[in-house]
Design a binder for this molecule. Structure first.
Ligand code: JEH
Length: 273
């Protein structure tokens, strides 16, 4: 896979050249590069922004500068045979939420281009233009909080995507466990030595060497944690992922079984005052 990032702060992306992504780039699994948007500015001050048309606070990034930067990365991309899948990812507070599903989908692409805006964002015509040109454009948000630009959001998305690429992760067993083992549940608690730390002992079952028992205990722990912290995930769970013990536990806790086999959490009693 090839990943290009365009930013006025290319040094901001430096952490990605360490660890996982840096190794994958060195070994040729990934072709990762960061580009300075200002190299495509045309005036002697290398201006990339201007005032918002129609008025308002802050500055907006110029479409002509972004167009030159993105065209230079897209050129030679429209090959006659076997068109590669190129995705232009534009981080923005108003984008679709970036989730693990999106990461899995983007990990299938051949070429990702991240356009990191600053100020009040990039002139809206840029996303529209590339969409009209036939480029797959994904305007994405990493969550409901406000950042100062797209760089940190790009780091988050690239880390989540790159670790899914075959060979990028040192231990692919962790990926296998993620994709089915405990599908749709939070993680079980993990421990290492010493067995007694600060008077707190590692659960006995983990020292038993009884692999089936350990697997069942971990599954039960993950299930209990998910009920407590993420009831929405239990409600969304396909009924076939629930075993007999799970159903008994849910019923005991007041959850109601629906006709499709899914469960609904108990409704909270109205609070006093
Ligand atoms: C932020 C790219 C480019 C700041 C404010 C506004 C919010 C109401 N999850 C994410 N948060 N922020 C970004 C992001 C992602 N991905 C993000 C960016 C850029 C991504 C420039 N900025 C800074 C920025 C305008 N406000 C947005 N509104 C919901 C609180 C108020 C207006 C735009 C751009």
């Amino acid at each position: 896979m090839r990943i290009d990032v365009v930013s006025i702060f290319p040094e901001f992306l430096a952490p990605l050249s360490l660890s996982l992504i840096g190794k994958a780039t060195e070994t040729g699994l990934l072709d990762f590069a960061v580009h300075d948007l200002r190299e495509h500015a045309t005036d002697r001050h290398r201006t990339v922004d201007d005032t918002p048309t129609g008025g308002g606070a802050g500055m907006v990034m110029r479409p002509d500068v972004w167009g030159a930067a993105l065209d230079s990365l897209l050129e030679g991309t429209q090959e006659p045979v076997a068109a590669p899948r190129v995705v232009l990812v534009v981080p923005t507070p108003s984008g679709d939420t970036f989730t693990q599903r999106v990461a899995e989908d983007l990990a299938q692409a051949d070429h990702l281009i991240f356009a990191c805006g600053r100020y009040e964002g990039i002139d809206s015509r840029v996303a529209a233009h590339y969409r009209e040109t036939g480029v797959e454009v994904r305007e994405m948000s990493i969550g409901d909080y406000v950042l100062n630009g797209g760089e940190v959001a790009s780091i988050v998305m690239i880390e989540a995507i790159a670790r899914l690429l075959p060979g990028v992760i040192g231990n692919p067993e962790s990926l296998v466990e993620e994709s089915h083992g405990a599908a749709g549940l939070l993680e079980y608690p993990v421990y290492t030595r010493p067995n007694d730390w600060q008077g707190k002992e590692v659960p006995e079952v983990l020292l038993s060497g009884h692999h089936a028992k350990i697997a069942r205990w971990r599954r039960d722990q993950a299930f209990a944690k998910t009920i407590a912290r993420r009831p929405d995930m239990i409600e969304a769970m396909p009924p076939e992922n629930l075993n007999k013990a799970d159903r008994a536990l849910l019923q005991e806790a007041g959850w109601r079984r629906q006709s499709d086999g899914r469960y609904l959490r108990p409704t909270e009693p109205p609070t006093q005052g």
